[in-house]
Design a protein around this ligand. Structure first.
Ligand code: ZN
Length: 375
């Protein structure tokens, strides 16, 4: 049928997979020098030239007209290392640090990882996110300043599973250790669209998978800074306990939903892991943000599904325009259930300044909207 998302974008059957269930078993670490190993390159060769080109964050509101200018952007990316080498006069990670801050520098690709890393670090390391709160992360374009920061960092943490399509470009010239924090998570494949069959990258939306991230980060920190290895291990244990508590809250707030209300319809198909854990049926407008957004087929399929199943509420995420989903709301009896957070935390004074807040906020928003309660 060629319909993106619908009909084929089915979440795995809810099989009593509890939120407290460990995912993926033991921690597996990939240690590689950034950008030097053939494995690094090979991992990203399936991305294709269009993906490498990327586009600006502003393009996320452009809907179906968002493709193009690939050559120009590819050229812009190629010039990045040159700009970085020449220096732009703006502050780098090293120069931005206070003179007396000699802690090792850890760069993460997005804010959720930075928050987890900060909790595990407990102040021993200087943790910073490359992308800022609210940023589109799938097709982020590193700036010359980002490239300089990577070159100065002691460790770069990335999610992996094709989330950061820009990462190989980004770390190409960096000498930092590079760790993929989703290693060991049992992946759920993307069910439709141009990335069909590839792992869905949004594993952190499962608190159980989040524990794997924590273990990987603690192991990477211990390698980087063996002197504080015991601290990292104990911070990780504390944090995993808090994560398990949130997982239990999430499970109990969603497990009471009647069958008719157990559908999670969002803009991006970013909730496969959450839906699996909570036993919800996942539907979405587009499979991944780097796919086309809000096409006629996606809209028709969503509206048909909502009408056919009498879906009470639908949702969209903070890092994309909700315009398409509002159109679904206008065309059906479904309510707009609220903004969910997946790909980015909010600013410190916003609704989800931390990863644990993000998980809690989404569970409460989903459960309130589907049952018609106030959040
Ligand atoms: Zn996403």
């Amino acid at each position: 049928m060629g319909l993106l998302g619908f009909g084929r974008g089915r979440a795995p059957r809810p099989g009593g997979a509890g939120l407290g269930r460990p995912v993926g078993g033991r921690t597996v670490r990939t240690r590689r020098r950034a950008g030097v190993g053939p494995g690094r390159e090979a991992q990203h060769t399936d991305v294709g030239p269009a993906r490498q080109a990327g586009h600006t964050g502003a393009a996320r509101h452009e809907g179906t007209a968002r493709r193009g200018a690939a050559g120009l952007l590819a050229l812009a990316l190629l010039t990045l290392p040159v700009l970085a080498a020449c220096g732009t006069g703006s502050d780098s990670a090293a120069s931005a640090a206070p003179a007396d801050d000699d802690r090792p520098v850890v760069l993460t690709t997005f804010t959720v990882l930075a928050d987890i890393a900060e909790n595990v670090s407990g102040g021993h390391l200087r943790v910073e996110s490359i992308t800022k709160p609210g940023a589109e992360i799938h097709e982020y374009e590193p700036t010359p300043d980002d490239v300089k920061k990577a070159a100065a960092a002691d460790l770069v943490l990335e999610n992996g599973m094709n989330l950061e399509t820009w990462i190989s470009q980004f770390v190409q010239n960096a000498d930092a250790e590079h760790v993929t924090v989703s290693e060991g998570v049992e992946p759920i494949d993307i069910a439709a669209g141009s990335y069909e069959g590839k792992p869905n990258p949004h594993a952190w939306m499962s608190p159980a998978a989040g524990e794997v991230y924590v273990d990987n980060i603690a192991a990477a920190f211990s390698d980087l800074d063996p002197e504080h290895a015991d601290d990292y291990a104990s911070h990780a244990e504390d944090y995993k306990e808090r994560l398990r508590d949130v997982g239990e809250e999430l499970e109990s707030s969603l497990s009471g939903l009647p069958e008719r209300q157990r559908v999670l319809l969002t803009c991006e198909g970013a909730f496969s892991y959450l839906a699996r854990d909570a036993g919800l049926t996942e539907r979405y407008l587009w499979p991944v943000n780097s796919d086309e957004q809000g096409t006629a087929q996606q809209m028709t399929a969503a509206i048909d599904y909502v009408e056919e199943h009498d879906v009470p509420a639908v949702f969209c995420e903070s890092t994309v325009s909700d315009q398409s989903m509002q159109q679904v709301v206008t065309s059906t009896n479904a309510a707009y259930g609220g903004t969910l957070y997946v790909d980015s935390l909010s600013e410190a004074d916003g609704p989800v300044p931390t990863y644990l807040d993000l998980l809690r906020h989404d569970a409460e928003t989903i459960s309130a909207a589907l049952t018609g309660r106030d959040a």
